[in-house]
Each structure stands twice: as structure tokens, then as C-alpha cells.
Design a protein around this ligand. Structure first.
Ligand code: MN
Ligand code: MN
Length: 468
């Protein structure tokens, strides 16, 4: 091939046209093995962290093993120091102090560790026709019908009357019972079939079946509910009122697995946005002494607008950064104005089964690498942080210099919908921010799919950021 002379048109095309190529054609020697190895660690992260609390616990365990320690206000910090701050067990900020002053800015990777799920309501347990159920209130944007007739696990925490905190995780270990939401048999679904998607299963039908065995042979009502409460009391010391001070959630019980005969894809719950969270975290944990202070943000509540004390809009992040800046007598605003943030969140991968929803010239493709989005938002870019051309230029150069396979895309057709990330909340702080993350198929479904190559390239992108 190399000796074959190109015609003028062929040469011009090569020089002038954008080259969109499958990432497998661009891999360096030996990189395929690195992709496989990286994704094994990622699958473990997915199985260990099915809630934001579990992600924080697991991330701290990994961080402490890598030499990180809790940030204490006023502590002296020198280049190479590794610190973290745990936000109420639900969000986590980590940093590796760089050689340069924080007056020169910081490089930040910001991802989120909350995912769509079914939260239990505060008065969840009831019995109907001698079957016991838990009422739920869905969290995040879901297609409700997808959450029926799949095995579910119950995770979370219960604060008992005396203040004791009890961790709950049922349905993950071999032999554990699991749970499920029912659906109507097709034989009787004539009316249901006429409903629109949002009403096929309504929010108030997302009731989780938890049992059917009466407590004993005595007469009386609610014997099944009593049987369930007795089990909970025996196992966790809880009574019905303790549900009021609980955060319990049903998540898909399935474990992360390889998908496809060639194992090129990962299928799992909660990949939005644990896929980018793991990339940011792993890249940060591997740092030695970076030039610029590197920060990893694992935020909560992105799926419901980044609100609240553990979301990206919370001052917790500013407090963390200010504590770092104070150790160098640098004003926070001076750090922010020179900082650079990759808002690491997923994008939609083009799905050939639903071409009507995508605009093919501006879609992200499986195996084409980490996806930069100049802007997100809905309709006329509403709610978007629209990164500047200069910033896109900077990221292009960064990725090119570091062998990162990347693509640039929008979510789908302009008027089909849209979505947001934490990018706008970082940009609002006067931090240059752009979105970059893994394209996902079946996003927000109980079982999402990502390409291993794209997962690895996102990690490589974060490494490039942290070493810049
Ligand atoms: Mn996300
Ligand atoms: Mn999401």
C-alpha cells in the first residue's frame, strides 16, 4: 500500500477531510491487553459500588491504599501530597498537590456516582391481598416499564431510633433473596397496550414484591407484612418507624459482565456515570507528583439536577478547593480562573436500531473513543455550558499529544430531547469546562452497555488531563 501513489484527489481528500476511524484501527501495540486489564478493574468497581455511598466507601479504600489521607483544614501540603474529603458519605473530592502553585490553576475531572434507581418511599411497606410490597419513588430519568420483571437488590442505610446506622445490602451475595416489580401478562394487557410509554407502568405501580408468607396461623390482618417486619427486626433491629429515617433503594441485581462473543462491550447497571468516575479515580490514584494540582470530583445528585448538599452545586467543592488554596495562601478565585475541568460524563452512542433519534453526522459511535461534547442542553442549547472554540482546540491538542482516541458529538437529533451534566456548575465558578466521556448504549436503562475501548480511552484522557 505504502508505495502506491495517490491521485491528486485522493491526496487532497486525505489532507482535507476529517478522518473518522474505528478506534481499533488506531490502537498502539499492546494496548488491547491494557484495555482488557483496565476493564476488569472497572467491572469490580461497578459491582462494589451500586449506590453513591458504596462508591465513596470503595473509592476511599482504593485511595487510602494508594497513600491518600483525609484533608484536615490548615494542614501543610507539599507537592505529591494526596488528600481526600468525604462529603457525608455520598460524594468525594480527591487531590494530588502539584509542583506549581494553585495560583496557576488546577486540573479537575468531575464525574458523578449517583445513578437512576428506585428509592423506597418513607412509608414503603404494605400488604395487599396477602402479598407484601414496598412503595418506591423513582430517582432520575427512567423509562419506568424497564424496571418491571427484572431481579432487584436492596441497598442503603437505616438510621434507627437510637441513632445507630445500619447498612443494608440484600440480593448481591450468592444465595441472597432478590426482589422484583411485577408486570401484567400479555393475555390481559389489551388496555395497558393502549397507554403511552410513561403510563405502561405508572410510578405508583413500581411496587417491589417482598414476601407472601403469613407470620403464623393466627387470625388477623397484615400477617404477611408482620412476617416481613419480623425478618427486618431480627436482621437489622429495625421497626416500621425506622423506614422514616432510611435511605433504601432498589437497584438491578445483575453483575457487570462482558457482552458479545468478542467480549468487546461491558453490560452493567449504573455505568452512567460510574464509567467516567472510575476513569477519573484510577487516573488520579496513579499520579506521582504532577505539574499542576490534580483534582477528582465524584459528585452525587447529578441525575436530579446536582442540587443539595452532596450535589455539584454545593459549596462543599469550593470549601475543599479553598482549603487547598489556603495552604498556599492563594485566593480561591485566582485558582478557579486558571483551572481547567473535564466534566466527565457519558454521551449517547449511536444505536443502529433507532436511527431516527440520531443525527448521524454528529453522533458518537461505539469504539470511536472518548466523546467530547462542546455543549449539552436541550432545544436551543438550553441549560448548556457551551465550551469555547479555544477550549475545544486545547483538548484536541491534549488528546492528540497523548494518543487518546476521541470523537466529538452531540447527544442526538436537536429537537429529540437533550440532557445536562455538571459542566455548567463548574463553568459557573469561572472554571474553563468541557464535557468528555464514554458513549453509552441504552443509557439510564437497568442494564447499560459501553465499549471497552471507549472506557479505556476515557481513562487515558483523564491521565492526559492530570499530567498536563
Ligand atoms: Mn451522567
Ligand atoms: Mn444520567
Amino acid at each position: 500500500m505504502e508505495n502506491k501513489e495517490l491521485t491528486l484527489a485522493q491526496q487532497k481528500k486525505k489532507d482535507l477531510f476529517i478522518q473518522k476511524t474505528n478506534g481499533y484501527d488506531k490502537l498502539a501495540d499492546g494496548e488491547l491487553a491494557l484495555i482488557t486489564e483496565y476493564c476488569e478493574g472497572y467491572k469490580t468497581f461497578l459491582d462494589q459500588g451500586k449506590t453513591e455511598r458504596e462508591c465513596v466507601d470503595y473509592a476511599i479504600a482504593l485511595a487510602e491504599a494508594a497513600g491518600f489521607r483525609p484533608l484536615v483544614r490548615g494542614m501543610e501540603l507539599k507537592p505529591g501530597d494526596k488528600v481526600y474529603a468525604n462529603n457525608r458519605g455520598k460524594a468525594l473530592n480527591l487531590a494530588v498537590i502539584g509542583k506549581k502553585s494553585l495560583a496557576e490553576g488546577a486540573v479537575i475531572g468531575a464525574a458523578h456516582i449517583d445513578s437512576p434507581r428506585l428509592d423506597l418511599k418513607q412509608n414503603p411497606l404494605y400488604e395487599d391481598k396477602e402479598m407484601a410490597y414496598l412503595k418506591t419513588h423513582y430517582y432520575g430519568g427512567i423509562k419506568k416499564y424497564q424496571w418491571a420483571t427484572i431481579p432487584l437488590a436492596l441497598h442503603g442505610v437505616v438510621i434507627l431510633q437510637d441513632g445507630t446506622s445500619v447498612a443494608v445490602r440484600i440480593g448481591e451475595d450468592p444465595g441472597d433473596p432478590q426482589f422484583t416489580v411485577g408486570d401484567l401478562l400479555p393475555h390481559l394487557a389489551a388496555d395497558q397496550a393502549k397507554r403511552t410509554m410513561g403510563d405502561i407502568i405508572t410510578a405508583e405501580q413500581l411496587n417491589i414484591f417482598v414476601g407472601s408468607q403469613p407470620f403464623d396461623k393466627e387470625e388477623g390482618s397484615d400477617r404477611v407484612k408482620l412476617g416481613i417486619l419480623s425478618i427486618l427486626h431480627e436482621k437489622y433491629g429495625m421497626v416500621e418507624e425506622d423506614f422514616l429515617s432510611a435511605e433504601l433503594m432498589a437497584v438491578p441485581a445483575a453483575k457487570a459482565v462482558d457482552i458479545g462473543l468478542d467480549r468487546s462491550v461491558i453490560g452493567a447497571y449504573g455505568q452512567d456515570d460510574r464509567v467516567c468516575s472510575y476513569a477519573c479515580l484510577k487516573a488520579l490514584l496513579e499520579l506521582d507528583v504532577p505539574e499542576t494540582t490534580a483534582v477528582c470530583v465524584l459528585a452525587d445528585k447529578e441525575e436530579i439536577g446536582s442540587e443539595g448538599v452532596s450535589g455539584m452545586q454545593s459549596a462543599f467543592f469550593d470549601t475543599f478547593m479553598e482549603d487547598l488554596c489556603d495552604s498556599q495562601k492563594v485566593p480561591l478565585r485566582a485558582c478557579y480562573e486558571k483551572a481547567f475541568c473535564l466534566s466527565a460524563d457519558v454521551s449517547a452512542a449511536y444505536d443502529p436500531n433507532f436511527p431516527e433519534a440520531y443525527e448521524v453526522r454528529n453522533s458518537a459511535f461505539l469504539n470511536y473513543g472518548v466523546c467530547i461534547s462542546k455543549y449539552t442542553g436541550a432545544r436551543g442549547k438550553s441549560g448548556a455550558s457551551d465550551a469555547s472554540a479555544e477550549l475545544v482546540g486545547k483538548v484536541r491538542r491534549l488528546f492528540a499529544e497523548n494518543g487518546v482516541v476521541w470523537q466529538l458529538a452531540e447527544l442526538g437529533k436537536t429537537d429529540q430531547g437533550g440532557g445536562g451534566t455538571v459542566a455548567c456548575y463548574m463553568a459557573n465558578r469561572n472554571i474553563d469546562t468541557i464535557d468528555a466521556g464514554v458513549p453509552v448504549l441504552s443509557m439510564h436503562a437497568p442494564f447499560e452497555t459501553t465499549s471497552k475501548l471507549d472506557c479505556y480511552m476515557t481513562y487515558k484522557a483523564m491521565k492526559a488531563l492530570y499530567n498536563s
